[in-house]
Write a protein that binds this ligand. Sequence first.
Ligand SMILES: [Zn+2]
Length: 306
Amino acid sequence: MLTTAKEILADARANRYAVPAFDCVEDVMIRAILETAEAKRSPVFVMCLVPKGNDWVYMPGLVRAVADQHDIPIVLHLDHAEELDSIKRAVDSGFTSVMIDGSKLPLEENIRITRAAVEIAHPHGVSVEGELGHVGGMDLEAAEHAENVLTEPQEVATFVGETEVDALAVSIGTAHGVYRSLPDLNIERLGELDAASRVPLVLHGGSGTPDEQIRNAVRAGICKLNIFADCRIAMCRGLRQAAGSLSREDPLPADVFGPIKSAIAQVVAEKIELLSADNRAGQSGRGGQSGRGGQSGRAGQSEAVQ
Ligand SMILES: [Zn+2]
């Protein structure tokens, strides 16, 4: 069932595990992610990067159409929105959580746009994630490499207090995309950030980070881990396997897409176990729908996501 980020991240923070969050850009990913998460009894974020064209209809539409058939908490999350128009459209499209990314802006402007996103989203029961500091790395078109700016602990209370975000993405040494050299996460800094934040912390750039560092980050306060590149690598592996095994001129669709879905499912299962998110679904998912829970923006739920 659909729920809000606020609800499942509260459980993750209380019980020191992290919820996996997968960027989905193709519908084939949605089924592999949801079926695997349900089999592992894990809560899960299905995330869309800011959609273009019909993706605004298909991606949230597909997730919303099947979410109630899966007995696990599912958050439909918009990842890395930089414009308030995207936040408005996400609210209208039934997302239950959004990220407003003002991390490239000076602190005051980051606070201003993040607060504005909260004012759009909260009256509809939609959770908001902000980012403080900047997680760099390679952009998706592999055209630009941005440097990391570590999050400053002394800015956390002001940012969270003035914006009223429900979750905070922090920069402690991960990067987006595929690493050029292995990261060395600043776990000590993460501990300081967690102590300073009254909301759960999020780590972007989870792909390719050594497992032991991820485990340490979860122990030190990370409650949501964003993953994209590892799924892209898995899809490529599945595609090569499928291409190598097809002998018919008219192969069955299952033979074309099966290895791709299996490769995604394997990564999803591994991440769920790495984050200790398996068998957590029952704790926050029982008792019917909660938060925004598949209803369309009921005013009056805003208290639930403050
Ligand atoms: Zn990110």
